[in-house]
Ligand binder design. Structure first.
Ligand code: BGC
Length: 356
């Protein structure tokens, strides 16, 4: 009897010990499981915080680039894009004055390598915030590949720091007939809108590079003239009404003036016509300060088939009468080729030739 009691007690203690050990095991497992989730969430938050710091200028852009992409692997990291805030104004990534020089050539491969965030067609949108504007950048073009490389080399990093949702459109005039800058700009407007719901259009010559990234390539409440102090003109406006080089207009502003004239063949006058259109519609020109609006022009010979247009003075004198029938409402052209590169969308078009 005593023996069986001793046996029972021994068995009872062993069982209790086993149950206690099991309980301890489960508790420890649970503890570490829950802790691992806390850690993951903390990791995501601190990573996002780090990126935000970089975006707010407290960390560097370089640091933001090198932070691990671990959160991208978590399902809730992709969901967090829904909670993006609007990008701050002005962008905290801006650095101010820039050194621009054209002494050593650049290659497209280098520009592609230095801009890994670009998407096909020269498209970009910020990852950490919602861009304030959707900007199509339109460049009238023919046989200026060397200039285009410099433009892409300098502008892509600037536009990304400006936190724009943007696309670059090179509108290439086919053939050797007289160049028509303003018509190519109209084509760029029409073609870009077929691709994306842009609300702002920047019209830029291929040989003009801003010297300060605070000169934001976006739209304002009035049409904007961006290239206000060019080295070519001694860093000042050649005349008050000057609207050439680089300018921007919202879709609404562009449509209010019926776009740009299609009948300025050869060099000169079309920018003055655009100025006349704007002022006849009661708009004024917005401009950055002379210091922020500094820009460099790549020196070059005058292009073939782009001699000064002798008719320009007469045309400028009649903008108010002609602008309602000549513009985006009368635009006709033929697209011959669309090329998508990671740095740009190049659209080759036939725009016709001047009437004899
Ligand atoms: C022309 C413009 C040109 C400006 C500056 C004017 O005479 O009409 O088209 O932009 O000179 O060169």
């Amino acid at each position: 009897m005593r023996d069986s009691n001793v046996n029972f007690n021994f068995l009872h203690r062993t069982c209790t010990l086993v149950v206690l050990l099991c309980f301890l095991h489960i508790s420890v497992t649970l503890f570490y499981y829950v802790r691992s989730w806390d850690f993951k969430q903390h990791f995501v938050q601190s990573h996002q915080g780090q990126r935000k710091l970089a975006a707010e200028g407290e960390g560097t852009e370089e640091e933001a680039k090198h932070t691990t992409t671990f959160p991208d692997l978590l399902p809730n990291a992709t969901e967090s894009t829904k909670d993006l805030q609007k990008c701050p104004e002005p962008s905290p990534l801006l650095v101010g004055p820039l050194r621009i020089e054209f002494s050593s050539p650049v290659s497209l491969e280098l520009v592609r390598k230095e801009n890994p965030a670009l998407q096909n067609g020269g498209r970009f949108k910020p990852k950490d915030c919602i861009a304030l504007q959707k900007v199509a950048i339109i460049i009238p073009f023919r046989n200026r590949d060397e200039h285009l490389k410099f433009w892409l080399y300098y502008l892509h990093p600037i536009l990304q720091r400006q936190q724009l949702d943007y696309g670059v459109y090179i509108i290439n005039q086919d053939g050797d007939d007289t160049f028509n800058r303003a018509k190519l700009l109209n084509v760029g407007y029409a073609e870009a809108l077929k691709e994306y719901d842009y609300d702002c259009f920047v019209f830029s010559d291929v040989d003009l590079i801003p010297m300060d990234d605070r000169n934001t390539y976006k739209c304002f409440s009035q049409p904007r003239h961006l290239s206000v102090s060019m080295d070519k003109f001694g860093f000042r406006l050649p005349y008050n009404q000057y609207f050439g080089g680089v300018s921007s207009m919202s879709k609404e502003q562009f449509l209010k003036i019926n776009g740009f004239p299609n009948n300025y063949w050869g060099w000169g006058g079309e920018d003055d016509d655009i100025y006349n259109r704007l002022s006849s519609k009661g708009m004024s020109i917005s401009r950055p300060s002379g210091a922020i609006g500094k820009c460099r022009m790549i020196r070059h010979e005058r292009d073939k088939q782009n001699d000064p247009n002798p008719q320009r003075f007469d045309r400028i004198a009649h903008t108010r009468e002609t602008m309602h029938k000549d513009g985006i409402n009368s635009l006709s052209y033929k697209v011959l080729k669309v090329e998508k590169d990671r740095l740009f969308t190049k659209i080759t078009v036939h725009v016709g030739k001047p009437p004899n």
